[in-house]
Design a protein around this ligand. Structure first.
Ligand code: GBH
Length: 443
């Protein structure tokens, strides 16, 4: 197997706005739904919020310098909609937009290529109050907002992702109620999914009209396995519900054939035909783990329960370490949707890292996780798969949504009391991957 990464294969790191920036209301920004959600008691681990997070809004220059020190070639970050349009729609806030202009300039000066995600879960609160993604107008507002960002950055950015993991927005926000707006309403979730797809599709069309480069969608894929022979249908339902839901409509103009089984009594026939106008230029795959599932009629759609992995294969999130699943996910996308460009837009793991000692953080489990997954990526490239890049989640330890700062995914340790950054062993390991183009993976 020919190892190593070709010259034009991008090795990068990823973050998102609410998880790292802090200063959520600075320079005329409006509040986001996450800003409001974090203020509600009981929502987030120990009441943590993104008020300061990694203070990246003020420390971005230092952070870009650290990326450059590691030799990072590409940086995937997201734009906070509510900084650019404080009300979600209408007047542009130039000072909010300016932050991203300065960030992009700093990246380009450091020789780092930007990939911009337009929506990574933080929705302007003003739009949340008008029904958020349950309101079809949000799709149109999203396209309008996208056009503002496209115009501002298109001379310097040519890689764009519309929405990060629409499945999580739907499933966590509207089925399990663990993200805003905290609902458990599968009937509504179906429409939310539809409007997310519509928003993506309209943004892609805006991008095309403006000639902004490549516009993709980022999905979180999890190969599904059956807990037992009797759970084959559960496996199929989970696969349709999570992996096919946000791709089939864009590529085929229809919802997955298993829609009725996956949603049960909540399913209603939605017209997906306009969605095929939003066929993405690339698919960004966020890969963390697989799902082993069994039939559970008492659960919400898709009526499955998840099995926990054995502790020796579990990350701090309780997710199974299963590198082969990355290959399964990529090969599945290629086989079902054709040979369009693919990126691994997120891959990484949380482990219980020790505090820095003499400037060092030993995180051998994360080093092993990354090595094994990067070996799979190298293997896919050797097979001729059209993979264009790989981004580690995450550059920095950050605000891990409902888990607050209790879960660390970073290549760089952040002491949240002092904002001191310390590169972990995994960060130095990744620097060596970059420097050797993957030659160190087998060693
Ligand atoms: C990504 O989502 C996000 O894009 C990013 O913001 C986040 O910080 C990062 O990953 C780490 O969480 O076993 O039932 O817990 C991850 C999406 C969906 C992946 C759920 C793991 C396991 C489900 N995740 N999945 S469960």
């Amino acid at each position: 197997m020919g190892q190593g990464f070709p010259k034009d294969f991008l090795l990068g790191v990823a973050t998102s706005a609410y998880q790292i920036e802090g200063s959520p209301l600075a320079d005329g920004a409006g509040p986001s739904n996450w800003h409001v959600w974090c203020q509600q008691p009981g929502r987030i681990f120990e009441g943590h919020t993104g008020e300061v997070a990694c203070d990246h809004y003020r420390r971005y220059r230092e952070d870009v310098a650290l990326m450059a020190q590691l030799g990072v070639e590409a940086y995937r970050f997201s734009v906070a909609w509510s900084r650019v349009l404080p009300e979600g729609v209408g007047a542009v806030n130039p000072r909010g937009l300016d932050f991203y202009q300065r960030l992009v300039d700093a990246l380009l000066k450091a020789g780092i290529g930007p990939m911009v995600t337009l929506f990574h879960w933080d929705l302007p609160q003003a739009l949340a109050e008008r029904g958020g993604w349950a309101n079809p107008d949000t799709a149109k507002y999203f396209a309008d907002y996208s056009a503002v960002v496209f115009r501002a950055l298109q001379d310097r950015v040519s890689l764009w992702a519309t929405i990060n993991e629409p499945w999580v927005v739907m499933d966590a926000g509207y089925v399990h109620g663990v993200h805003p707006p905290g609902l458990r309403d599968p009937k509504l979730a179906l429409w939310v999914a539809h409007h997310l797809l519509l928003g993506h599709s309209l943004a892609v069309q805006q991008g095309r009209a403006l000639g902004v480069g490549q516009v993709g969608l980022v999905v979180n894929l999890e190969p599904k396995a059956a807990a037992s022979e009797a759970d084959r249908q559960a496996q199929e339902r989970a696969h349709a519900y999570q992996n096919q839901w946000f791709l089939d409509p864009l590529f085929f103009g229809r919802y997955p054939p298993q829609a009725e089984e996956a949603w049960g009594p909540f399913w209603e026939e939605l017209d997906a035909s306009p969605l095929s106008q939003g066929k993405p230029d690339f698919v960004g795959i966020n890969y963390y783990t697989r799902g082993v599932v069994g039939h559970d009629p008492g659960a919400p759609p898709p009526f499955v329960r998840r099995l926990s992995p054995p502790p020796e294969r579990s990350t701090a999130m309780g997710w199974e370490v299963y590198p082969q699943g990355l290959a399964e996910a990529v090969l599945w996308v290629q086989e079902r949707y054709g040979a369009l460009p693919l990126y691994i837009t997120e891959n990484g793991a949380a482990f219980p890292d020790p505090e820095p000692q003499q400037g060092r953080v030993r995180d051998p489990q994360r080093v092993a996780y990354l090595r094994e997954h990067l070996q799979v990526v190298a293997g896919l490239l050797a097979q001729g798969v059209n993979l264009k890049g790989y981004f580690v989640w995450s550059f920095l330890d950050n605000f891990e949504w409902s888990f607050g700062f209790s879960k660390r995914f970073g290549l760089v340790f952040v002491d949240f009391a002092t904002q001191k950054r310390t590169v972990k062993d995994s960060g130095w390991f990744y620097r060596d991957v970059l420097a050797s183009r993957g030659a160190n993976l087998t060693g």
